[in-house]
Design a protein around this ligand. Structure first.
Ligand code: ARG
Length: 270
C-alpha cells in the first residue's frame, strides 16, 4: 500500500525569525546540510515504495519546507491552511495553487486559522485536532464540515510541542476490524485531553520526555515502517516491540526550525 506524500525542498531554508522555542535566529544553520538531509528523507520514502511529489519552494518563505502545515487531504478532499503567523501566511496560497494545478477539484480554503497536518492527524476514523498554540479551536469544527469527518479536539500545553504532530503520531490507521494505533507524549496535553486519549487509545505507545525532546514523535508511519529522527532510539525500540520497523533519518538541521520528518511531509489520502 504505497502512500503519496508532498514535500517541498528547503532551497530557501533559514532560521530568520523565531515563532517557536526551537528557533534561534542567532544560531548558525547549514542550508546545504538541510537540503541533503531533506533529500535523504525523500529518498527514504521512495525506497520504501512511496510516491513523493515536490512543490516549488519560494524565496522569502524559509519554513515552506514544512509542507505538512499547508493542507489536509482526506478522501481526495482538500482543506487548505491559514497560518497563525504572518511570517508563514503566504505559503498557503502556493500550496492551494499546487492542489488546483494537480487535479484536486475539491479544495476549500479555511476561514479559521489551521496549520493543517501540523495540528490534524487522521486515524482512519476520526481526525485528531490539536489547539493551544497555532490552530484555532474554531478550525476544528470547520474541518469537520469541510472534510466530513468526525473531529476530536485535543489541547496542547507545552510551547515546545506547539503542534499536535510534535506530540503524537498515528502508527497504523483504523480498519474495519481494528482500532487505530498511536504513539504520544502525554505530558504535552491538558489533563482532559490526556484522559480522552487514554479512552480512545488504551493500547497507545507512550513516549517519555527524551523521546519527545528530539522531536521523535514527529514521525511518519505507513502502518509498517516508522520513519523517525535518528536520536529517537528509545522510542524506536518501543515501536519495534509492537511489530513496526523503525527507519532512522538525520534531520538535525531542520530541527533548528522546530521541525522533523513529519513536518516535511504532507500526506495525500485519495
Ligand atoms: N518553523 C516552523 C513553524 O514554527 C516549523 C513548523 C513545523 N511543522 C510541523 N508540522 N510541526 O511554524
Amino acid at each position: 500500500m504505497p502512500r503519496r506524500y508532498v514535500m517541498c525542498p528547503p532551497r530557501h531554508f533559514a532560521v530568520d525569525y523565531a515563532i517557536n522555542p526551537w528557533m534561534d535566529p542567532n544560531a548558525p544553520v547549514d542550508p546545504a546540510l538541510a537540503l541533503r538531509q531533506w533529500g535523504e528523507l525523500r529518498d527514504t520514502y521512495r525506497r520504501l515504495g512511496h510516491l513523493v511529489d515536490e512543490v516549488e519552494p519560494q524565496p522569502g518563505l524559509p519554513d515552506m519546507v514544512f509542507a505538512a502545515n499547508s493542507g489536509t487531504v482526506v478522501d481526495g478532499r482538500v482543506l487548505g491552511s491559514r497560518f497563525a503567523t504572518r511570517e508563514r501566511a503566504a505559503e498557503a496560497e502556493h500550496f492551494r495553487r499546487w492542489f488546483v494545478e494537480n487535479g484536486f477539484r475539491d479544495v476549500t480554503m479555511p476561514r479559521e486559522v489551521n496549520e493543517a497536518e501540523g495540528d490534524f492527524a487522521w486515524t482512519g476514523r476520526v481526525l485528531l485536532a490539536g489547539t493551544g498554540f497555532r490552530t484555532d479551536p474554531r478550525a476544528h469544527a470547520e474541518a469537520q464540515e469541510v472534510l466530513g469527518v468526525p473531529v476530536v479536539s485535543l489541547k496542547l500545553l507545552d510551547p515546545r510541542y506547539y503542534h499536535l504532530d510534535t506530540a503524537l503520531f498515528v502508527l497504523s490507521e483504523a480498519t474495519d476490524d481494528r482500532a487505530a494505533h498511536v504513539a504520544y507524549y502525554p505530558e504535552a496535553f491538558s489533563p482532559g485531553s490526556r484522559r480522552a486519549l487514554e479512552r480512545l487509545f488504551p493500547d497507545a505507545v507512550l513516549a517519555d520526555a527524551a523521546d519527545a525532546s528530539c522531536l521523535g514523535l514527529n514521525a511518519v508511519s505507513d502502518g509498517r515502517n516508522v520513519v523517525l529522527p535518528v536520536e529517537a532510539g528509545a522510542l524506536a525500540e518501543k515501536v519495534a516491540a509492537h511489530g513496526y520497523e523503525p527507519v532512522f533519518v538525520d534531520i538535525s538541521e531542520l530541527r533548528k526550525a522546530g521541525g522533523g520528518p513529519k513536518c516535511c511531509t504532507m500526506e495525500i489520502r485519495k
